[in-house]
Design a protein. Structure first.
Length: 229
């Protein structure tokens, strides 16, 4: 099989891991525990708006981003969340699970000879817990902790470019804002895994728009055998 690329890097949370379900479940548990009468989806929408703002502030570890974002969500919605309870999101990260198509697609790509990597807005120890959910090895990871920056900043991509070391590279990610835009700005081929069928919100154009990890594997490894562990 002729491969189009040598290295495929992935955003982790939202692309490989069901970030939406994981955060929503964590909020649902916290709402029940504190007796708050709020809809979890309303809380999730507020969180989606607040987290990028927190990440754009002076760098703090992702555990603190999660905690500070939860505090601000509570303040916005009038939820009496005590400071000592706001760390529930960081504690929930190890329980966030992959999308149903993730491991099968990763196995196909791995078996086809692609070298795989992760570029993620996360701390090293949290990503180490998450990697236990995956069925394949990753050649390298670049985290926010390592580069002291959050995507859509460019530091993840500059660090990854050094590790790719001239090989043919594709980045694959769900977030148009965090990943497609900066990758396109830097001339890095990028596959938009547009799980939510969203419309592009800017001028960046992905190399390929897909809607699942299975579609990515169909494109890049159509004949790879799926060898389940």
């Amino acid at each position: 099989m002729i491969r189009r690329y040598d290295v495929i890097s992935f955003d982790c949370y939202g692309t490989l891991i069901d970030w939406d379900r994981g955060i929503t479940a964590a909020f649902e548990s916290a709402l029940v525990r504190t007796g708050a009468r709020l809809d979890a989806r309303q809380v999730w929408r507020a969180y989606e708006e607040i987290e990028p703002v927190v990440e754009a502030e002076p760098f703090r570890p992702y555990r603190e981003v999660l905690t500070e974002s939860a505090r601000r969500v509570a303040d916005r919605l009038g939820w009496a969340l005590h400071d000592g309870d706001a760390a529930f999101l960081a504690r929930s990260v190890p329980n966030w699970t992959p999308f149903r198509d993730t491991n099968a697609a990763l196995l196909r790509l791995h078996n086809a000879g692609y070298r795989l990597a992760i570029l993620s807005n996360v701390d090293d120890d949290l990503l180490a817990w998450t990697r236990r959910h995956f069925a394949v090895p990753f050649e390298f990871t670049v985290t926010a902790q390592q580069v002291r920056s959050y995507k859509p900043g460019h530091r993840h991509f500059h660090a990854a470019r050094e590790l790719v070391a001239g090989r043919r590279w594709l980045h694959a990610a769900q977030s148009y804002f965090h990943d497609v835009t900066p990758a396109a700005d830097l001339g890095i081929p990028v596959a938009w895994i547009n799980r939510g069928h969203h419309k592009a919100t800017g001028k960046a154009r992905p190399t390929r728009e897909l809607h699942t990890m299975a579609e990515l594997a169909d494109w890049l490894a159509p004949h790879a055998d799926l060898l389940l562990p």
